[in-house]
Write a protein that binds this ligand. Sequence first.
Ligand code: UGA
Length: 442
Amino acid sequence: MAVIALKCPQYKVTLVDTNAERIAEWNSDRFPIYEPGLDEVVTSVRGKNLFFSTEIEKNIHEADIIFVSVNTPTKMFGVGAGMAADLQYWEKTARQILAFSNQPKIIVEKSTLPVKTALTMERILNSGPDGLHFDVLSNPEFLAEGTAIQDLSEPDRVLVGSRLTESGLAARQEIVDIYRNWVPEEKILVSDVWSSELSKLVSNLFLSQRISTINSISAFCEKTGADVARVAKAVGMDHRIGDKFLKASIGFGGSCFKKDILNLVYMCQTYGLEEVADYWQSVVRINEYQKERFVTNMLQAMFNTLSGKRICLFGFAFKADTGDTRESAALYIARRLINEQAKLVVTDPKALPNAKIDLAGFGDAVAFERGPYKAAEGCHAIAVMTEWRQYKALDYQKIYKRMVKPAFIFDGRNILDHKALFDVGFNVYPVGKPALTHLHES
Ligand code: UGA
């Protein structure tokens, strides 16, 4: 919305939220989330044509177009628990819009939703006593955290789905007109609502499938001595395949991929498409396997016991350039290491506040340290969880000196110079590549 405000000075954009604290933060000079470049965008338009407010009713009343971006977490109760999307916030919002509108409006679905949600919303919205008409459109969000501003400023595509009725098409044109202010015509795709909703889910499914595919191969490489990075490079240079999202890792995290896969799996099951459901479920299964495999590799390398050993986690965010830790693979790995009675020291340039909340229940099994040098002091091992650039540039000689020997590095992101670390004295364990170790069995 901030980017829309920036690119389209002729529109007035107001963000509303029930959380007054959040809104106050957006109105202050300390924003509640870290996203590169966002501060500049918000501060340049805030108070001009971008406003943050808790006055939901008044703003619903005044708006011509409403983008609904409420969360749709995985449902944790009743039918579809653990898989289906929980649509209660969406439905509450639809009822609220209905209650406070006295003129027709365009409602845009921004949240990632299971196919045909817009239809349900349309039914609720068009059920009012005054016969007001609402057009419900789908305009899925393709931005990734950490690169949001770039993704929005130069999107690969913008997708707008509507009903193919006269009023649906007119509403669709209004949304297209917003994006035409900065997105080239050929990158704006229009479609029916259902295809638009499904395209968003399927994009995320394909991305997560690529990561699980390369992660499954990383396990095979570790057994056979091949190097997954070389394999990925050779495979990715085939332009039909492409080189993106082929980085082996500790497993994908974030608030989107797992949730979206499970959503589709659940819908497939509902339609009796068991084979299709199993196929996509296996993408999640490989992801769980990859996280667990990382922990067992650590355990085996460190003489089959982690009890009482200090392990430093480099990074806790689900990826670099964000403070977000939702579904972070680091969280799973941290829990499992604590389970093995290890003592953790967590460091991360942006995610420490969230890490503290996530690990609050573990008492003195976990310590938090902002600086990586201090964090690694007195540790038996470092495990790289997040691909923060700054971890590549550290003085590992200095770090090595202050660690317990034999010192281990498990590079869950394959970002470090493994040969150099080995030369410093570390036993180095990358993902999907041969380990470099000084510990030879005699
Ligand atoms: C993802 C999609 O990339 C966005 O297009 C989409 O709009 C968004 O979900 C959403 O549905 O809102 P995001 O979750 O922010 O974006 O982050 P990604 O960059 O996709 O990374 C997801 C996870 O995959 C991270 O844990 C990342 O470290 C991991 N990953 C990514 C790998 O392990 N290997 C790779 O090669 C790439």
